[in-house]
Design a protein around this ligand. Structure first.
Ligand SMILES: NC(=O)C1=CN([C@@H]2O[C@H](COP(=O)(O)OP(=O)(O)OC[C@H]3O[C@@H](n4cnc5c(N)ncnc54)[C@H](OP(=O)(O)O)[C@@H]3O)[C@@H](O)[C@H]2O)C=CC1
Ligand SMILES: O=C(O)C1=N[C@H](C(=O)O)C[C@H](O)C1
Length: 269
């Protein structure tokens, strides 16, 4: 049995992760953590997620001892995630990172930690989104500079980062497939007299509202026709189940940085 710990266990994803862990027969919930001072500390992680006790009390992230679990799953915010990584390095545990919104310095710290522990990081753990990335790569290679490419994403009103981590990953895949550098061609906002659109631009449109779980569409707009490839998540269990699959896999790996292509066994080309 792989011993799993969940960071941010009282959050939207944290509660779904508790459920997904309980549904996976090769995993056992060993620990759950929340922000120091959180009202959730001391509450049972299972009771919070499902109404039934899991006999795992949520502890403060300050009291984390990574020798008591094999892998930690983090869906929190960048800074708490980096603290969790430090603890996993100290205790020799693997980590699965679903958190999004890291800056370049933070990403460099994550890369460094992967020299010491197995680290699986993905902006989206749903199998459907990871398959969508493959379809997008194929479409972008085939259509190339004959179309204008726009990435449209929609999420719930509580999301704090934009564009979504998934949209940014989509942008990287599209840029690679068309031989562009995303830093040069990304357009994140348009207002006023913008001038005509440049063919090489990859545009991002962000929608925030209500309880939208997560939707991503790529529009390939040509003359006389347009192609749209969409993924729409309707339940956070799709992310949580994928993250638990990654947790079981990560616990068996040697140190290194991995993503969902590795977990799902997808080819890299
Ligand atoms: N990769 C993927 O498949 C997916 C990624 N995500 C990403 O996951 C992250 C979380 O999303 P979501 O669940 O909606 O957000 P929530 O705000 O609902 O959950 C985050 C949780 O982390 C807690 N937290 C804050 N600080 C700490 C700390 N120091 N130690 C431990 N826990 C802490 C928060 O507590 P408090 O509220 O008290 O601050 C909260 O309970 C986001 O970055 C989101 O983009 C989301 C879905 C899928
Ligand atoms: O914050 C969310 O909810 C989600 N975040 C991830 C992202 O930023 O891509 C994945 C998912 O779409 C839900």
């Amino acid at each position: 049995m792989t011993r799993v710990a969940i960071n941010g266990a009282a959050g939207r994803m944290g509660r779904e992760l508790v459920i997904a862990c309980q549904r996976n027969s090769s995993l056992t919930l060993a620990a759950a953590f929340e922000a120091p001072g959180s009202d959730a500390i001391g509450q049972d992680a299972g009771r919070l997620a499902t109404g039934e006790d899991a006999d795992v009390a949520i502890a403060s992230a300050d009291d984390r001892d990574a020798s008591t679990f094999d892998v930690l799953v983090d869906f929190t915010r960048p800074e708490p995630c980096l603290s969790a990584i430090d603890d996993c390095v100290a205790g020799g545990a693997a980590i699965v990172i679903g958190t999004t919104g890291f800056d370049a310095d933070q990403l460099a710290r994550i890369d460094k930690a992967a020299d010491k522990i197995a680290l699986v990081m993905a902006p989206n753990f749903s199998a459907g989104v990871n398959l969508t990335l493959k379809l997008l790569e194929m479409a972008a290679k085939a259509l190339g500079d004959t179309v204008d490419i726009e990435v449209i994403e929609a999420h719930h009103r509580h999301k704090v980062d934009a564009p979504s981590g998934t949209a940014l990953r989509i942008g990287e895949v599209l840029a690679d497939a068309t031989g562009r550098d995303l830093d040069d061609c990304a357009v994140y906002a348009r207002e006023g007299h913008t001038g005509e659109r440049e063919r090489q631009a990859i545009g991002f449109q962000t929608i925030r509202g209500g309880d939208i779980v997560g939707e991503h569409t790529v529009l390939f707009a040509g003359d006389g026709e347009r192609l749209e490839i969409s993924h729409k998540a309707s339940s956070r269990q799709t992310f949580a189940g994928g993250a638990m699959r990654a947790a079981g896999w990560a616990a068996q790996q040697k140190p290194g940085r991995y993503d969902m292509n590795d977990v799902l066994g997808f080819d890299r080309d």
